[in-house]
Design a protein around this ligand. Structure first.
Ligand code: AMP
Length: 559
């Protein structure tokens, strides 16, 4: 049967993307790292090789590769019938559930671009992001606790220049919206597959596939364009690093639509025919699901380090082989306690922009505890530079970690001015993280020592300090604002606002109401407040955040 291929949407799938230089592309292909397929074509190949293997386990049950592949063909067909066209961005606001994975592959199969927002983003974030990318679709989850995302989606679509389709998951059939679950219900599977194939034939391996969001260093969100071949390679390299195969059952508890979720949780196991056990972030729900699924591998973000004291962990231990910790320094005590359970414990360092480091199997125990290991790819290039310079620091000294390689972006989406600061002249991404090289037992490893970018890492969600400061000074009682991290045992860090009053100071509850009224996601709201008569300045008159951080943490001011 013949299905006409939709016109190749070159302009949308390359617009605003800084391409990898031709010689780098050649090197990555010659080395066999980049393939020639789209994400969907890669997934289809794996699904065809492992049709009866369970691809996905959630609270809602299991799906084999054959089932997941067939169902997402139908939904993709339904998305096309709605009028969505290849290259149309669709903003995702959904949590870890079966329909999210269906939506992910169906969106890709229809040639649409998933935009990886979070379910807890609100009007302040979504209105900016959806305009920035020219979103055509908005996928929201019904029934999220305390907030009606479906009503929110309707509001967002009003007076929006491009948004035309509100899609839901988990909504009742009569909610008057398009339920993703119902799309393509009546489509013929053969016709649906032919349409998917025709769409994919019009997409190249170096076209943009997914739009991730940066935790960013400026007040305006930055969009990270990830391309088909490099994004799949990132996931396959990650799966290969741990030796995963079709018998691996990998649990993921942090938001799956995050970069770590897609690379390590979804595409990682799916690149080798393994199983994703997609769990809630709530350990009381996640651990029984993991135990029942016989999980072999798990990634715990910093917000879950407390799992070591959870009574539900014992039931997972018999099948669990590998624990990967990520997001913050790992104490020797925590590391030892995991290993004492017979669990091989390691670390991951990574970011939406690309660059991963992992403690590969074979890394000595000390390297697995005290460092984040070595770069994921043999073609990753890493430099530790003196901040604001292109000069490398001597080995062992702390500097800014900069990276270039076969899955690290060369620029943000349509942001040349920002790129000029965020990349070196020769295309290394300046991560904003401080690192040093450490020699252990004859190997050289990367240790993360802090950061220079002005963000707060709240349990893995990045809060941009400058963005919150700009929002706080819009309150009439606030003359000046500085937002800094305070250490927190459970989440790693929380935000503290240090403010100078214009008139009478107000309390934290009032400031949080102010941010809520501005539609700011709750995870960005400061959780501590201090009023000052003035904010400390450096000798050149810049806000002295280093000093403030030390002061609010209760430590002595830095010398
Ligand atoms: P994201 O792009 O949201 O995944 O955030 C990436 C950032 O998270 C990095 O640039 C680091 O600042 C931080 N990060 C990720 N992994 C680690 C880790 N293992 N240790 C410390 N910080 C980390």
């Amino acid at each position: 049967m013949s299905v006409p291929a939709p016109e190749r949407p070159r302009s949308t799938l390359r617009a605003g993307v800084v391409p990898y230089p031709d010689d780098a592309v050649r090197r990555y292909r010659e080395a066999g790292l980049w393939g020639d397929r789209t994400l969907v074509q890669e997934f289809q190949r794996v699904a065809a090789a492992h049709p009866q293997v369970v691809a996905l386990v959630t609270d809602a049950g299991t799906l084999t590769y054959a089932e997941l592949d067939a169902r997402t063909d139908l939904i993709a067909c339904g998305l096309g019938e709605l009028g969505l066209r290849p290259g149309d961005p669709v903003v995702f606001q959904v949590t870890n559930r079966q329909e999210t994975v269906l939506a992910w592959y169906a969106t890709l199969k229809a040639g649409l671009l998933p935009v990886c927002a979070l379910a807890h983003h609100r009007g302040h974030e979504i209105s900016q992001i959806s305009r920035l990318v020219g979103a055509v679709g908005h996928l929201v989850e019904a029934g999220t606790r305390g907030f009606d995302l479906v009503a929110f989606g309707r509001e967002q679509a009003q007076d929006h220049p491009t948004l035309r389709h509100l899609l839901t998951v988990g909504a009742a059939a009569d909610a008057g919206t398009v339920r993703l679950e119902d799309l393509g219900r009546d489509a013929d599977p053969t016709v649906a597959r032919a349409r998917v194939d025709a769409v994919q034939a019009g997409i190249g391996p170096d076209d943009v596939a997914v739009l991730q969001l940066s935790g960013g260093t400026t007040g305006v969100p930055k969009v990270i364009p990830r391309l088909h071949a490099e994004y799949w390679y990132n996931a396959l390299a990650y799966a290969s690093a741990w030796g995963w195969n079709a018998s691996s059952r990998v649990a993921h508890l942090i938001p799956v639509v995050h970069n770590a979720g897609i690379v390590c949780g979804l595409h990682g196991p799916h690149s080798v025919g393994g199983t994703l056990v997609l769990a809630s972030p709530d350990l009381d729900r996640a651990l029984p699901l993991m135990a029942a699924a016989g999980v072999t591998d798990v990634l715990f973000g910093h917000g879950h380090y407390g799992v070591i004291d959870h009574p539900g962990l014992a039931a997972v231990v018999p099948t669990l082989r590998t624990v990967v910790l990520s997001g913050a320094k790992v104490s020797a005590e925590l590391f030892d306690r995991f290993e004492a359970l017979g669990l091989w414990t390691g670390q991951l360092f990574g970011m939406g922009e690309g660059m991963f480091a992992v403690t590969f199997p074979g890394a000595p125990r000390r390297a697995r505890n005290e460092t984040v290991g070595t770069p994921l790819s043999p073609l990753d290039e890493v430099r530790v530079l003196r901040p604001d310079s292109e000069d490398e620091v001597p080995p062992g000294e702390v500097g800014e970690l900069c990276a270039r390689g076969p899955y690290t972006i060369r620029g943000y989406l349509a942001a040349p001015e920002h790129d000029a600061r965020a990349f070196t002249g020769d295309g290394f991404y300046r991560t904003g993280d401080l690192a040093r090289l450490v020699d252990i037992d004859g190997g050289r490893y990367l240790a993360v020592e802090g950061r220079i970018k002005d963000v707060i890492n709240r349990g893995g969600e990045k809060v941009n300090a400058e963005e919150v400061e700009q929002l706080l000074v819009r309150h009439p009682a606030v003359a000046a604002a500085a937002v800094v991290a305070v250490p927190d045992e459970r989440l790693g860090e929380r935000a503290c606002a240090v403010l100078v009053a214009d008139g009478d100071p107000v309390d934290l509850a009032e400031l949080r109401r102010h941010l809520e009224a501005l539609g700011v996601a709750k995870y960005k709201w400061p959780e501590r407040l201090e009023w000052r008569t003035e904010l400390p300045r450096t000798q050149v008159g810049k806000l002295d955040k280093k000093r403030l951080r030390a002061e609010v943490a209760g430590g002595p001011p830095p010398g």
